[in-house]
Design a protein around this ligand. Structure first.
Ligand code: DAH
Length: 349
């Protein structure tokens, strides 16, 4: 092969490789690089021009074919769905997009950490859902129709109605999942094992926004059922979890409260992890921080899931995790999390 022909072959190789990766628009690539080769023809010795030209034409035809095939393939691709956990075109996970520019929102990073703590304590995680119905929001949780406690969970509803003529609801708490997980894990009890599930999820409330209130926030629900379970197990579990998360010994205390789905119900407080009960602005100089709602699962809630409350008892809790994260990192305004502000997010890279 003469030097010139070799040159055509080299360019052809490069072009073919590039076409395969579709780095450039094929038409632009052809126009620039083949023209450069064609421009060399007049510079060649006359006897060499014919062979070079022939080789060049062959390359053009070959590239033309490749361009057509590549273009056809491109039109077959689906548009990229940025929310899909896999590449929509190859169906492979993970999607081959660089994650160098982005970072995980501290809500999700912290949620992973919280779930890991519970996983080490033997809890399985099941994700909550972002649209639910009246039965799971209220009925299955022992809120009778028209009960005033329903007003504490004012959320967003759809105009569309479900088969019972009720609107669908953006859940105001992750407790909507209790009936589902109790039913799903009931076979554990029959095998002599406990039901131990945590349910992370996004919840929604009709709230006036301020540094401590968001309309969209994150909760982790916990459900534990077995024979002989009492409030001591509840307190020990939550204390252990909070100590793990804050990396220090904490004191905890409970106060009576009311939730329709627990009896008794408690408000759960921990000693302030900042001032260790000396008093500071995080704990409003009280030394204590009320952190979550919890209680012993109401017999009606167990019955509704087909579990005999005379044989089994259990506890449950629901904790707003953004408040936990705020206290861990000294974040002063809950609205930062969903603001999309890069100055905020970059601090957690
Ligand atoms: N769902 C309650 C709320 O968001 C929190 C809660 C309290 C959850 C007691 C529970 C529980 O599972 O037992 O206000």
């Amino acid at each position: 092969m003469g030097y010139e022909i070799k040159k055509v072959a080299d360019v052809a190789d490069v072009l073919k490789k590039r076409l395969k990766t579709m780095e450039h628009k094929p038409s632009i690539l052809r126009a620039i690089e083949l023209k450069a080769l064609a421009d060399e023809i007049p510079l060649l010795k006359p006897e060499k021009r014919a062979a070079f030209g022939k080789e060049l034409n062959k390359l053009k035809a070959e590239l033309q074919k490749m361009v057509e095939v590549a273009e056809e393939e491109t039109t077959k691709l689906e548009p990229i769905d940025v929310t899909a956990p896999f590449d929509v075109n190859t169906r492979k996970r993970p999607r081959p997009l660089s994650s160098e520019l982005g970072s995980q929102n501290p809500i999700m990073a912290d949620q992973d950490e919280l779930i890991n703590i519970f996983a080490r304590m033997g809890f399985t995680a099941i994700e909550s859902r972002q649209i639910d119905d009246d039965y799971h929001m209220f009925g299955s949780l022992n809120f009778p129709e028209g009960h005033p406690a329903r007003d504490d969970y004012d959320s967003f509803v759809t105009a569309e109605k479900d088969k019972n003529g009720k609107p669908f609801i953006a859940p105001a708490h992750t407790s909507t999942m209790q009936n589902r997980v109790l039913k799903q894990f009931k076979p554990n009890l029959e095998k002599g094992q406990a039901i131990a599930v945590v349910i992370p999820g996004r919840v929604f409330r009709n709230e006036d926004l301020d540094p401590r209130h968001e309309h969209t926030f994150q909760q982790i629900e916990g459900v534990y059922v077995d024979k002989g379970i009492h409030a001591g197990h509840l307190i020990a579990t939550l204390k252990t979890f909070l100590q793990e998360y804050y990396g220090q010994e904490l004191d905890v205390k409970t106060q009576p409260f009311y939730f329709p789905f627990t009896e008794p119900s408690f408000e759960f407080a921990m000693s302030c992890p900042f001032c260790r009960k000396k008093g500071c602005n995080v704990c409003s100089y009280s030394g204590w921080i009320e952190i979550l709602g919890c209680g012993m699962i109401h017999p009606n809630v167990l019955k509704e899931a087909g579990i005999d409350p005379n044989v089994f008892t259990g506890f449950a809790w629901g904790v707003g995790t953004m408040r936990l994260t705020m206290m861990k990192y000294g974040i002063e305004d809950i609205r930062h999390f969903n603001s999309g502000k890069l100055e905020f997010l970059r601090q957690f890279k």
